[in-house]
Write a protein that binds this ligand. Structure first.
Ligand SMILES: [Fe+2]
Ligand SMILES: [Fe+2]
Length: 181
């Protein structure tokens, strides 16, 4: 699995909530794992004229369909709502959170379209339109790299500064798992 399960640690000890440090560290780890995915997609995009690596393609499809949804849901439903409540004037530009939401939606949509094309290639045993798939792969990983770099540099340090344990008392692992199942 390229992007790990952010709540693995907590499922093991059966707690029903995350501490802010745990949640932010998990998001950071998922970003790092997603950077690996982006590297994998870049290699794939660079080699589309070669026979498709079926194993990598299957891993990428699963990651694009499941792990990104999980990550975006964690940010949209838990991190950004609590952070929005705790922001101080001047922390972020007014339209920044709306911009992040639009990027999440666009990235998820592109992830599914790219996964569809890879599934088609697996079915047919070859990439019929390497130029189009290359364009989609590059569009996806370039957007994600930019998005992750910005969240790592701006959002996560800000969240560490502004959030405390009580901000996550309503976080329910059960609800989260049900949402992303
Ligand atoms: Fe994000
Ligand atoms: Fe993120």
């Amino acid at each position: 699995m390229v992007i790990q399960n952010c709540c693995e640690m907590n499922q093991k000890d059966e707690r029903q909530y995350l501490e802010p440090d745990e949640l932010l560290a998990s998001i950071e780890k998922e970003h790092s794992a997603e950077q690996n995915l982006c590297d994998m997609l870049e290699r794939m995009a660079d080699n589309l004229l070669e026979p498709l690596d079926m194993e990598s393609a299957r891993t990428v499809i699963l990651t694009l369909r499941r792990s990104l949804k999980r990550h975006v849901t964690l940010e949209e439903q838990y991190l950004y709502p609590v952070l929005t409540k705790r922001l101080c004037p001047g922390d972020l530009a007014d339209n920044m959170l709306e911009h992040i939401r639009r990027e999440h939606a666009a990235d998820e949509s592109l992830a599914h379209d790219t996964a569809d094309q890879l599934e088609l290639a697996l079915e047919r045993g070859r990439v019929e339109n390497p130029e189009m798939l290359g364009y989609m792969l590059r569009g996806f990983f370039e957007c994600r790299r930019r998005h992750i770099a910005w969240e790592d540099a701006v959002v996560l340090p800000l969240a560490r500064l502004r959030l405390s344990a009580k901000d996550f008392r309503t976080f329910s692992l059960k609800e989260f798992e049900a949402t992303v199942a």
